[in-house]
Design a protein around this ligand. Structure first.
Ligand SMILES: N#Cc1ccccc1Cn1ccc2ccc(-c3cc(N)[nH]n3)cc21
Length: 239
């Protein structure tokens, strides 16, 4: 998979050389290229933003630099991802879907976002996904790009040494992951659940599934019963 990232803060993507994505790169599974949007500006001040039509606070990113950049960086057949608070939620299912793509291009906005005509223009000939990584507001798309790349890279065939671990992770089966334990068997007076020391693999599997179900019902009723999605007020009761 090739991933191109366009940003006015390309150094923000430096962590891509470390840890998970770095390992994927070393194995030739992931080829990441980061670009500075200002390289596609034409004025001496390298301007990328302007005031919003219709008024309002903040600035909006101009379409022209994005058009020049994406005309060069987004080839036919590539998927354009635009992180935004108003996007579709990034889920494990979406990450799995994106991991099947050959080429992702991530447009990292700043200010109050990118002129909507950019996503609309490229949507005519490309798959364009405006994606949210959570119900909170960041200052730009770079952190979201790092999250997207890590969530997708770890699903690439051959990336994770133990592919089986991917199937037992949180959200893979619509359930949260069961609690994990390792040595010592007793730590500060707290014992590892005895079933995990029993060697009874059927009992261990049943206990783990039960823990996942209980944890999901307690912490993520929206996953347990999508119709029971918790309101903001309801979430306060869980803290
Ligand atoms: N757009 C916008 C916007 C709108 C209102 C206030 C602040 C911003 C800042 N911003 C500019 C680019 C950009 C990209 C992604 C996010 C983002 C994603 C998630 N899940 N949260 N925040 C925010 C981004």
């Amino acid at each position: 998979m090739r991933v191109d990232v366009v940003s006015i803060f390309p150094d923000y993507l430096a962590p891509l050389g470390l840890s998970l994505p770095g390992r994927a790169r070393d194995r030739g599974l992931l080829d990441v290229h980061v670009h500075d949007l200002r390289d596609w500006t034409r004025d001496r001040h390298r301007t990328v933003d302007d005031t919003p039509y219709g008024g309002g606070a903040g600035m909006v990113m101009k379409p022209e630099p994005w058009g020049e950049a994406l005309d060069e960086v987004l080839p036919a057949g590539a998927t354009l991802l635009v992180p935004t608070p108003s996007g579709v939620p990034l889920t494990q299912a979406l990450a799995r879907d994106l991991a099947t793509r050959d080429h992702l291009v991530i447009a990292c906005g700043r200010y109050e976002g990118i002129d909507q005509r950019v996503a609309d223009h490229y949507g005519a000939d490309h798959e364009v996904l405006e994606v949210s990584i959570g119900d909170y507001v960041l200052n730009g798309g770079e952190v979201a790009a790092l999250v997207l790349i890590e969530a997708v890279a770890r699903l690439l065939p051959g990336f994770m040494g133990n592919a089986e671990s991917l199937t037992e992770e949180s959200h893979e089966a619509g359930l949260l992951e069961y609690p994990g334990y390792t040595k010592p068997a007793t730590w500060r007076g707290l014992d590892v659940p005895s079933v995990l020391l029993s060697g009874d693999h059927a009992a261990i599997a049943a206990w783990r599934h039960d823990q996942s179900v209980r944890r999901t019902a307690a912490r993520r009723p929206d996953l347990a019963h999508p119709s029971r999605a918790v309101s903001v007020e309801g979430l306060a009761a869980h803290v």
